[in-house]
Design a binder for this molecule. Structure first.
Ligand SMILES: [Zn+2]
Length: 506
């Protein structure tokens, strides 16, 4: 008999240090079968789910609801109420009508008055579907799986790559677990080991960095029939919520002991590597001085203002330092500033305009007065180079002021590749210095043709200088926020309906 599976999604990564709230309007929302149709043929979790269920045969897939937004500040209360309400209302007609549910989630959402949005959605979905229907969700490697999520779900599939490329594969792993539960009577028992550590840096690149070893080990476990899913989350250090930590999550087919072995091994290796994985940043002033003497091109990585990590994108800190330094090289700088765009559009192409650039959203930055020529204007809609995403930056202008060229967006969008420049008629290779507002990019985008990549210690709501952010909510002590943090693996076991109380990583 055909089994019916409902698919839904809710995903956003936030920086709780970004003072600008996200709203409903920032989300791409889909209802019903549109959830599936808009994802097919793309490298997306939903496409991976549908492919596996189709290949298995005997499944009918129905879509319910999805809401997804670019990373940003926390969701305001009214918007969260609307999104969570729509999500749950869309599921209700399927109560008693489906054999399983698959949810594409992120894991680092946070709302004004809900610090565990995905946990809430899973708990409420469980009420709708009852205790016997398998619910499996997917998450980002930067997600923060909570005890509540694991209590109400049967398992989780987590990305295995950073930079993320395995969206579809992750959806496929979630669907495979569902197929094993429904067709082979697998009984999920999940073991997680929280680790009191937050790390940022190039050692987290899974293909080349130390962290890749732990992920490869967990990925290899999928060849073992005792494992239904296994993944590692490093959390999003900028999402300051109670259960923020790094953690290993192993979903077994009723084999708690094996789950413990696998999770403890990966967790202990990660802990042993924590100092090497915590990347030092370069002093901004020194980096600018060194770059000024180079032939170039050079790139400045401004991870502290990366919209893809949840920042506002309106930092002018590197530009300010360059101006103070009397920097004379040609500079390409992306920045979010809706007021500057409005003023520039009013002047028109070739018009001269004075704008106070930056610091209009995140007040930690002081606006810089710039007299510039309006070079071009666009609608700010463009596809990214590799991610399966169309960005909507709103009205966008290119401003030129002396040796500085600014691509000014109305809204923060993913600035993870060259697409935001190409879409506005700019080739970054024409510049000596390029500011890149992403912690990491694929090498061909910039690194391969740049003389140097300065990963600078700039201020911002997604700074890799984690102690500078001022966490107040996550469990403490936490490396590197505190001194002398100790770790002993304490596995927590979840079997449907049974949950240990959360006591923090230590
Ligand atoms: Zn991520």
């Amino acid at each position: 008999m055909t089994k019916r599976i409902v698919i839904a999604g809710c995903a956003q990564e936030v920086s709780t240090f970004n003072p600008v709230f996200s709203t409903y309007e920032d989300f791409n929302v889909a209802f019903g079968q549109n959830v599936i149709e808009k994802s097919l043929g793309k490298n997306s979790e939903v496409a991976g789910m549908v492919e596996v269920l189709g290949a298995a045969g005997g499944f009918e897939v129905v879509g319910a609801y999805s809401a997804g937004a670019t990373s940003a500040g926390p969701l305001d209360s009214a918007s969260w109420n609307r999104i969570s309400g729509e999500f749950l209302e869309a599921l209700k007609p399927f109560a008693g009508e489906v054999d399983g549910a698959l949810f594409a989630m992120h894991g680092s959402m946070s709302a004004e008055d809900e610090l565990d949005p995905e946990g809430f959605l899973l708990a409420e979905s469980r009420k709708i579907f009852g205790e016997d229907i398998p619910i499996i969700y997917t998450q980002d490697i930067h997600g923060v799986t909570t005890a509540k999520m694991l209590q109400h779900a049967d398992g989780v599939a987590v990305y295995h790559t950073y930079p993320h490329m395995d969206f579809s594969d992750t959806g496929a792993r979630a669907a495979r677990q569902l197929v094993r539960q429904l067709n082979e009577d697998a009984h999920p028992v999940t073991v997680r080991v929280p680790i009191p550590a937050l790390v940022r840096g190039e050692q987290l690149i899974t293909e080349t960095g130390l962290f890749g070893n732990q992920v490869s080990y967990l990925r290899s476990m999928h060849d073992d029939p005792r494992i239904l899913n296994a993944g590692f989350q490093i959390g999003n250090p900028f999402t300051d919520v109670p259960e923020l930590c790094s953690q290993v999550i192993v979903v077994t087919d009723n084999d708690e002991e094996f789950g413990r072995q696998v999770a403890e091994k990966a967790a202990n290796e990660f802990w042993g590597n924590r100092f090497e994985m915590h990347q030092p940043l370069e002093d901004l002033s020194e980096a600018v001085a060194r770059a000024a003497k180079m032939n170039g091109p050079v790139m400045f990585t401004d991870a502290a203002d990366a919209p893809s990590s949840g920042a506002s994108g309106d930092s002018n800190a590197i530009v300010a330092e360059m101006i103070n330094h009397g920097y004379s090289k040609s500079v390409l700088a992306p920045i979010v500033d809706p007021s500057a765009v409005i003023r520039a559009v009013e002047k028109g192409i070739d018009g001269r305009v004075t704008v106070n650039l930056g610091g209009n959203l995140d007040r930690r930055f002081t606006p810089i007065e710039v007299l510039a020529t309006v070079v071009s204007a666009s609608d700010g809609i463009f596809p990214l180079e590799k991610w399966p995403s169309i960005e909507h930056a709103g009205p966008t202008v290119v401003l030129k002021s002396d040796n500085f060229t600014f691509v000014v967006f109305s809204r923060p969008v993913n600035l993870v590749d060259r697409a935001p420049f190409y879409a506005n008629g700019i080739d970054p290779q024409d510049f000596h210095s390029i500011i890149v507002k992403s912690p990491f990019c694929e090498p061909e985008f910039f690194d391969n043709w740049c003389e140097a990549n300065f990963n600078v210690a700039a201020p911002g709501s997604t700074s890799a200088d984690l102690p500078s952010l001022g966490h107040t909510t996550c469990a403490r002590p936490m490396f590197p926020l505190d001194e002398c943090v100790e770790f002993v693996a304490e596995p927590q076991v979840f079997s449907r309906g049974v949950a240990p109380p959360f006591t923090g990583p230590l």
